[in-house]
Write a protein that binds this ligand. Structure first.
Ligand SMILES: *[C@@H]1O[C@H](CO)[C@@H](O)[C@H](O)[C@H]1NC(C)=O
Ligand SMILES: *[C@@H]1O[C@H](CO)[C@@H](O)[C@H](O)[C@H]1NC(C)=O
Ligand SMILES: *[C@@H]1O[C@H](CO)[C@@H](O)[C@H](O)[C@H]1NC(C)=O
Ligand SMILES: *[C@@H]1O[C@H](CO)[C@@H](O)[C@H](O)[C@H]1NC(C)=O
Ligand SMILES: *[C@@H]1O[C@H](CO)[C@@H](O)[C@H](O)[C@H]1NC(C)=O
Length: 496
């Protein structure tokens, strides 16, 4: 019965035209993720090999029956220790649709079992019995599941809508036994063995999906980046399911590690529709420029930075500056100095089809050490414009910045007005040799993209669009630890 349902279901799934997803975005999402057809095929392969294969060895309940055999009369036959010890799925496919995501595989499988019969007739009053082994080959087995995919409280909620197994043909091979027994078995038990297999697989499918649900439900909603920030990977809105892709929307903003939130409110600029839709890659991840600006808002509050390694250490004494800023040397001859650099506003990141750029607002404060006193004497405000490059390192999005130009202005001074043009080349050198390497050493580490542990990006490409950057990439499955740890592959590993 269940088998007929799935057949009908498959036909419906394969023929129902898909209407465009009716779900409308309600929550802002700044990272979106698209699993393309090739990504779905890859996921399906992992699910099928890990899930269906891990069903085995599978014990079926014993079957018994009384057969009526000509001349011999009533014979009691028991099949016990019926074990499916191998399921092979040479062909499978995945089909996302409005009514759910259908995964169908055609399989063959091998069973072993013990047989035992006994009878007694009025001719021979003693009981006659025999026993042996039999192997059963299950052919044309079709295993199918339709899963519903929803977002519930920020995580993926997957459940089994329909699932089942249909056995087309079984071939029984007895080890020993009489030919009448063979025929009797085929006639009487074929249907029962088939439905026992169908039920066992269907039940295990249900169990497997439950475990998958637990696993997905337990995925974190935040990915820690460092001791300051985390990436909010809470899923929002419904998944966007089309006939050849599944899309997810993720909050995607940086948040403080402690309870506090970023006070800035961000608005989505673009549709942030993943640019990888026509890419042959498995996965596309689009990041709105707000993701970067939320990071910059968060790190902006960071500490003041004292420059302590300079291209020329002598620069940290007023004597070095005597021709460039004579009044500094006059007022504080031969005093040691401090250079403090701090951001005066969060850096602003902009993304266009040509690339990514950043504007950094910083204050450069010059302190003079007068004996034990630190005297701030001068503040120069800087507006630095740079262009960035982005690359994928493992599962991180990393970047680097290069200086395009900058402007400088005297903010305040204890030593009168400065000639900016005199010190501009020095400041340029400072930015190039001190500030940028510092920033790039941080940007070079990057931040983690929302990828489930065990999967690794491979051959990633970067695509810039209006106010978003997309990573189009293939993935490899490097580590089955996560799936195994939830007992999903336990059976398989026990077997190995
Ligand atoms: C049951 O079947 C399995 C697998 O074929 C076999 O290893 C085991 O010995 C059998 N047990 C009994 C009691 O026959
Ligand atoms: C099942 O067993 C038969 C005979 O032992 C063998 O030829 C066949 O390859 C097996 N099939 C699978 C799927 O293991
Ligand atoms: C998906 O639907 C579009 C039109 O809606 C169609 O052109 C395309 O062939 C379909 N793809 C698959 C894999 O069914
Ligand atoms: C993370 O994003 C979700 C969904 O947008 C939001 O409800 C939640 O408050 C965010 N968490 C933090 C810590 O900002
Ligand atoms: C500059 O940095 C030093 C060392 O961290 C600190 O003592 C000093 O107060 C800072 N100067 C200003 C103006 O903040």
């Amino acid at each position: 019965m269940a088998t007929r349902t799935i057949h009908i279901l498959l036909i419906i799934l394969l023929t129902t035209p898909l209407s465009p997803s009716s779900s409308q975005s309600t929550d802002d999402s700044f990272i979106s993720m698209l699993i393309t057809q090739s990504g779905l095929d890859f996921l399906k392969q992992i699910l099928v090999t890990n899930a269906i294969a891990s069903l085995t060895p599978l014990q079926l309940p014993q079957i018994q029956k009384t057969l009526k055999i000509p001349f011999l009369g009533q014979i009691h036959v028991v099949l016990s220790n019926i074990t499916i010890y191998h399921v092979d799925v040479p062909f499978s496919y995945i089909n996302p649709g409005d009514t759910g995501i259908a995964i169908v595989g055609s399989a063959t499988s091998n069973l072993s079992m013990n047989w035992h019969y006994s009878y007694g007739t009025w001719l021979v009053p003693i009981e006659i019995s025999d026993s042996g082994l039999a192997s059963v080959l299950v052919e044309g087995m079709e295993i199918g599941a339709t899963l519903s995919l929803k977002i519930q409280e920020g995580v993926i909620d997957i459940s089994l809508l329909e699932g089942g197994c249909f056995v087309k043909e079984i071939i029984i091979k007895l080890d020993g036994g009489a030919s009448w027994l063979y025929q009797g078995m085929v006639d009487a038990f074929q249907g029962q063995i088939a439905s026992a297999v169908e039920n066992a697989i269907a039940n295990n499918l249900e169990e497997g999906v439950l475990k998958l649900e637990t696993f997905l439900g337990g995925l974190p909603k935040e990915i820690p980046v460092d001791d300051i920030a985390s990436l909010n990977v809470t899923l929002v809105n419904d998944p966007l399911i089309s006939n050849n892709s599944i899309g997810f929307e993720i909050n995607g903003l940086f948040t403080k590690n402690e309870k506090g939130k970023v006070s800035t409110v961000f608005h989505k600029n673009s549709q942030s529709l993943v640019s990888c839709i026509d890419s042959p890659k498995m996965l596309g991840i689009s990041l709105d420029e707000a993701v970067f600006n939320s990071a910059s808002a968060l790190y902006y509050n960071a500490e003041l930075w004292t420059v302590d390694t300079l291209p020329d250490q002598a620069m940290l004494n007023t004597a070095w500056w005597r021709f460039l800023i004579p009044q500094l040397y006059r007022k504080y001859p031969n005093d040691d100095m401090n250079l403090n650099i701090s951001l005066s506003a969060p850096p602003v990141v902009q993304i266009s089809p040509h690339g990514i750029s950043a504007t950094v607002y910083a204050d450069l404060i010059v302190d003079v050490m007068e004996g034990r006193d630190i005297v701030p004497v001068l503040c120069i405000s800087l507006v630095i414009r740079g262009s960035g490059s982005v690359k994928v390192v493992k599962n991180n999005l990393a970047g680097s910045l290069q200086l395009d130009d900058f402007t400088m202005e005297q903010k305040w001074s204890q030593i009168g007005k400065l000639h900016m043009y005199l010190i501009q080349p020095i400041v340029w050198t400072l930015i190039e040799t001190v500030c940028l390497p510092y920033a790039n050493s941080r940007l070079g580490k990057g931040f983690p993209l929302p990828i489930i542990h065990g999967f690794t990006l491979q051959n990633a490409e970067i695509v810039f669009s209006d106010s978003a950057v997309s990573v189009c990439s293939d993935v490899t499955f490097t580590d089955s630890y996560n799936l195994r740890s939830l007992g999903y592959l336990n059976k398989l590993t026990q077997k190995l």
